[in-house]
Design a protein around this ligand. Structure first.
Ligand SMILES: [Zn+2]
Length: 482
C-alpha cells in the first residue's frame, strides 16, 4: 500500500514539473522552444542498441516525442519550428547513474557544486541523474525542486540520501551509523524528506546494510553501495539492488578480508589483475550477481584518472571549467601519482599496478553485461579531480567502447539501462513516440566515432532545447568553487 502511494506521489510530482514556467536564468540558455518542433534529416540512435537510422524526422510536441520516421515520408505540420540537422545525430538524453553534485576540495573534503554541476550535466547531454550519495542532502533536494520548477538549469534528479556509512570512516562529512536501528531510522527519515534511493558506503556492516535495505524496500526505494567491509556476494544475499564501481572495490578475493571489516583502502590492484573473468571465483561471482538481479554501475572515468600515465588527455574544456586553484591541484596530482617516489612508496615498484587493474575492470564489466547483468553508467566526479559533470559522462561512454562494447551498446548502457533501473523506461531512456522529449543533438556520428559524443550542440529536456556551449561558458572557472 505504502509502495503504491509512493509511486503515485512520484508521478504526480513529475506531472506538475511539466507545467512549469521558466525563470529568466533558465531562459537565458534556451535555444529552441516551440509547442511543436521538427528535427529533420537527422541520424537517429534510439538507445535500444539498434543500428543508427539515417535521414529521419522527429516531431516533438508539448514536451514529448510525437513521431520518429523517414524524413522522406514524414508529415511535418505547417507553422512548426523546423531544425534541419543534416550531418547531426540525435541520441536519448543520458541517464547518469553515479553523478554526484560535489567535487573534491582536498584533504578528503568535498564541496557542493550547486551552480556549475547542474549546468554541466545538462550541457553534456545528461538529462537525468541519480546523485548516488550526497554530503549536502538538503542542497540536493532544494536543487531538485528548483530545477523541476524551472528556476535553475539542470537535469532531472533522483536524489540519493546521505551516505549510509559505518564506524571507522575516513570521511568527516558522513554520519557514522551506530547500528541497524540507526540505519533503518536514517533511511525512513530521509525518505520522509524526499530522497528516493540510498547508497551504502565502505564501513557499513552486514547488519546495518540489511536494516537499511529492508527499510528502503518496504517503501519502494532502491539501495546501491560502494562497499568494502561487506563483499559483493554478501550484499547480493542481503538484497542490494546495485553495486558501484565494479571489481575495483570488491574485497571478497583478498586473503586478509575479515567479516564486517574494510581491509586497508579496499582495493588490491595487483591481486585484482590476476583474477579470471571466464572461470573460477570471479566468474562464479559474476553469475551470482546476475542470478540475484544486482545491477553494476561502471565509473571508469574516475579510475582512468590516476591509472595511466598521461591519461586522460588534458582537454582545454576541462581546464577552462576548473577554478585556478582546482586546476593547479589536479595537474599537480597527476604529476604526483606518476612519480617514481609515489610508486615506490605505495607499490615498491617503478611501475604502477593500475593499468593492468583497469584492463581487468574493463573485462569484468564486459563479462558482467554479456552474462545478462544490468550495467549502468556514471562518472564519479571525485578521486584526484579533473573528472567533471557532463564531460565525464561522455568519457564514460568512450571508455565502455574501449572495453569492447560497440558504440551502440555503450550508448544503450548510458541511456536505456539507467532508465530501466530507475523504473522510468516508459518515459525516458530511448527515442520513441510517447516518451518525454529528452534528446541530445550531436555534431557527427557517434555510432562510427564514439568521441563525437563530445560534440553536443543542443540538449532537449521535456522538449525545450538548451544551448550546450552557453551553459558551459556560464560556469567557466567555477568547478572547485561553486
Ligand atoms: Zn561516488
Amino acid at each position: 500500500m505504502r509502495k503504491y502511494t509512493f509511486v503515485i506521489l512520484l508521478s504526480l510530482s513529475s506531472l506538475l514539473a511539466g507545467a512549469q514556467t521558466l525563470s529568466p536564468t533558465v531562459k537565458a540558455f534556451v535555444k529552441v522552444d516551440a509547442p511543436v518542433i521538427a528535427l529533420t534529416h537527422v541520424r537517429v540512435i534510439d538507445g535500444t542498441g539498434a543500428a543508427a537510422r539515417e535521414d529521419q524526422t522527429i516531431i516533438l510536441s508539448k514536451g514529448k516525442i510525437e513521431s520518429v520516421g523517414d524524413a522522406a515520408s514524414a508529415n511535418v505540420p505547417k507553422d512548426v519550428q523546423v531544425l534541419d540537422l543534416q550531418g547531426d545525430t540525435v541520441i536519448p538524453g543520458l541517464v547518469g547513474m553515479h553523478d554526484h553534485m560535489f567535487y573534491p576540495k582536498g584533504y578528503a573534503v568535498f564541496g557542493e557544486m550547486a551552480t556549475s554541476f547542474p549546468r554541466l550535466y545538462l550541457a553534456g547531454g545528461v538529462t537525468t541523474i541519480r546523485t548516488t550519495g550526497t554530503l549536502e542532502p538538503y542542497t540536493d533536494l532544494e536543487l531538485k525542486k528548483s530545477i523541476d520548477a524551472g528556476q535553475t538549469p539542470g537535469p532531472k534528479m533522483h536524489v540519493t540520501g546521505p551516505y549510509l556509512e559505518g564506524k571507522g570512516s575516513w570521511a568527516i562529512q558522513m554520519h557514522q551509523l551506530s547500528g541497524p536501528d540507526d540505519a533503518a531510522k536514517t533511511v525512513n527519515y530521509w525518505l520522509d524528506e524526499g530522497v528516493d534511493n540510498f547508497k551504502a558506503y565502505m564501513f557499513i556492516t552486514r547488519g546495518e546494510l540489511k536494516a537499511a535495505i529492508d527499510a528502503a524496500h518496504k517503501r519502494g526505494a532502491k539501495v546501491t553501495g560502494h562497499l568494502c567491509a561487506v563483499t559483493f556476494r554478501e550484499a547480493a544475499d542481503l538484497g542490494i539492488d546495485d553495486l558501484e564501481h565494479g571489481l575495483f572495490v570488491d574485497t571478497e578475493f583478498q586473503a586478509e578480508k575479515k567479516p564486517d571489516e574494510c581491509p586497508g583502502f579496499g582495493d588490491d590492484p595487483v591481486g585484482m589483475a590476476k583474477l579470471d573473468v571466464n572461470s573460477g571465483p570471479l566468474y562464479d561471482m559474476i553469475q551470482y550477481l546476475v542470478q540475484h538481479h544486482v545491477a553494476m554501475t561502471s565509473t571508469l572515468p574516475v579510475f582512468e584518472m590516476g591509472s595511466f600515465a598521461g591519461r586522460p588527455t588534458v582537454q582545454k574544456r576541462v581546464l577552462d571549467a576548473l577554478s585556478p586553484d582546482a586546476r593547479t591541484a589536479w595537474l599537480a596530482n597527476r604529476i604526483h601519482v606518476e612519480s617514481t617516489e609515489y610508486l615506490q612508496k605505495n607499490y615498491a615498484s617503478d611501475h604502477s599496478p593500475w593499468p593492468a587493474a583497469f584492463e581487468k575492470e574493463l573485462e569484468f564489466e564486459y563479462a558482467f553485461a554479456k552474462s545478462g547483468g544490468l550495467l549502468l553508467a556514471g562518472l564519479d566526479p571525485t578521486g584526484m579531480g579533473g573528472v567533471i559533470a557532463g564531460f565525464g559522462d561522455q568519457r564514460e561512454v568512450e571508455l565502455l567502447v574501449e572495453g569492447g562494447f560497440t558504440p551502440l551498446e555503450a550508448i544503450r548502457i548510458a541511456t536505456y539501462n539507467g532508465a530501466q533501473y530507475l523504473g522510468e523506461l516508459d518515459r525516458i531512456g530511448t527515442i520513441a513516440p510517447g516518451k518525454q522529449a529528452d534528446l541530445v543533438v550531436i555534431k557527427g556520428d557517434p555510432s562510427k566515432k564514439i568521441e563525437d559524443i563530445e560534440n553536443v550542440e543542443t540538449v532537449f529536456k521535456d522538449g525545450i532545447g538548451y544551448d550546450s556551449a552557453k551553459l558551459i561558458e556560464s560556469v567557466r572557472g567555477m568547478v572547485g568553487l561553486q
